[in-house]
Write a protein that binds this ligand. Structure first.
Ligand code: ASP
Ligand code: MG
Length: 417
């Protein structure tokens, strides 16, 4: 079981979490719980580091920010004990959770689960602070913001858990953002691949890395709400959204008459910016001069379109980068102007990427066509397109985001009755 920051924010909420954990154990499970710091706490700690020294040592940053989770894990163990449960905390360095030494964004290498399993088998609930790890030379690390999700999946994999239940402030994964579309539906299940595509295009329910890890380790993950009453359905009856492999999904669907929707979800992401370079030479190697330097600067390019060459042997190239990297991108391209040989650079951060995602499109034609027609019918102009096997994304004017999401939700038959 994993509980996020909003679920752990304050005594009353931690008490509620303790009751949920107690009920789960009473249902006959051995339980390990991974917790986040209280909501807002990590931001507060990060700020202290910045104030101490803008060029802080990342190893010391980890010492500071890892502390938020130490507090909540101890408190949850106390609350469980107050309910009469046996419980103890296991800090990242005590298990230990071994990571590489990339401070502030470390990757988990191994988790020693022997002592943990023995304690759980003896009826003790294990409370583990998320986000924390330890390098080979015993320095504290953290896993990057949102990293507790990854801790939870890693612990679940290490103890070979039946399930990893991620309790959060939403009660599952929806067909789209319910704040935009009131008729959005909660999904019973989503495949790992779909979840990865949805996460990368802005529906941030889980840290993306936790989903990749769950996919690699075959951990069954359920997303569900911690804001529930005592009479709420038990987690074992899967009231949330299960994230499963495609095989498991197909197996489950065969038992049902109902076919799954072709499209699983629609996501919108306003965090990209569009850059166009005009009149690039239409010759081998020209685009390499653009994207080589960007790659070296660790700038992630997403959509790319190169127009058909005009008669003068010149072509325009358009691509998107994260808005946060736009200034650096522009500076780099300016620097490389002579090497690349562009004529004009046009940047626009008032764009949104709208994506339709679903494993169903692997075996169906016409998904993109439906999207383009639905948008055209509302006069929404498409500025760029990219596709994968299970996703079609378009770039549009940011002001039209909500309209586009609504129109597509209806067009693919996702609206709740
Ligand atoms: N407390 C950390 C953060 O805010 C880790 C987490 O909550 O997942 O990023
Ligand atoms: Mg989180």
């Amino acid at each position: 079981m994993k509980f996020g920051g909003t679920s752990m924010a304050g005594t009353e909420r931690i008490r509620r979490v303790a009751r949920i954990v107690q009920r789960q154990q009473a249902a006959g499970h051995e339980v390990a719980v991974v917790v986040s710091a209280m909501a807002g706490e990590t931001d507060r700690l990060v700020n202290f580091c910045r104030e101490a020294n803008p060029l802080y040592d990342p190893a010391e940053y980890d010492v500071v920010v890892a502390s938020g989770e130490q507090v909540t894990s101890g408190l949850l163990a106390m609350h469980l004990q107050a309910l009469g449960c046996k419980a103890r905390s296991w800090l990242g360095w005590q298990l230990p959770v071994r990571t590489d030494d990339a401070h502030a964004k470390a990757r988990i290498e191994t988790i020693d689960s022997e002592a943990l399993l023995a304690s759980m088998a003896a009826g003790e609930i294990a409370v583990i602070p998320g986000f924390q790890g330890l390098t080979a030379d015993n320095r504290v690390t953290t896993l990057g913001r949102g990293g507790s999700d990854t801790s939870a999946v890693a612990v679940a994999a290490a103890v070979k858990a039946d399930r990893c239940d991620i309790y959060t402030d939403v009660d599952g994964v929806y067909t789209t953002d319910p704040r935009i579309v009131a008729k959005a539906r909660k999904l019973k299940n989503v495949t790992f691949e779909e979840m990865l595509e949805l996460a990368s295009v802005g529906s941030k329910v889980l840290q993306t890395r936790s989903v990749s890890l769950a996919m690699k380790e075959c951990v069954r993950v359920q997303v569900l709400s911690s804001f529930i009453d005592d009479d709420a359905p038990p987690a074992d009856s899967i009231p949330g959204t299960m994230i499963v492999s495609e095989d498991e999904l197909i197996g489950e669907l065969e038992g049902l008459e109902m076919e799954r929707q072709l499209i699983t979800g629609i996501a919108a992401d306003k965090n990209d910016a569009k850059v166009t370079l005009t009149r690039i030479a239409d010759r081998p190697g020209a685009v390499a001069t653009i994207f080589g330097p960007l790659a070296e600067a660790n700038i992630n390019v997403d959509m790319i379109i190169q127009n058909v060459a005009k008669d003068k042997g010149e072509t325009d190239v358009t691509f998107t980068v994260p808005q946060a990297d736009l200034a650096r991108t522009q500076a780099l391209l300016e620097e490389q102007k002579d090497t690349i040989g562009w004529y004009r650079m046009i940047a626009d951060s008032k764009v949104a990427k709208i994506s339709v995602v679903g494993v169903g499109m692997r075996s169906h034609a016409g998904v993109a066509g439906t999207m383009f027609k639905a948008l055209a019918d509302r006069g929404i102009n498409i500025q760029a397109i990219s596709t994968s096997e299970i996703k079609v994304s378009v770039l549009i004017d940011e002001d039209e985001t909500e309209l586009a999401v609504r129109v597509l939700h209806t067009a693919y038959g996702l609206d709740a009755a």
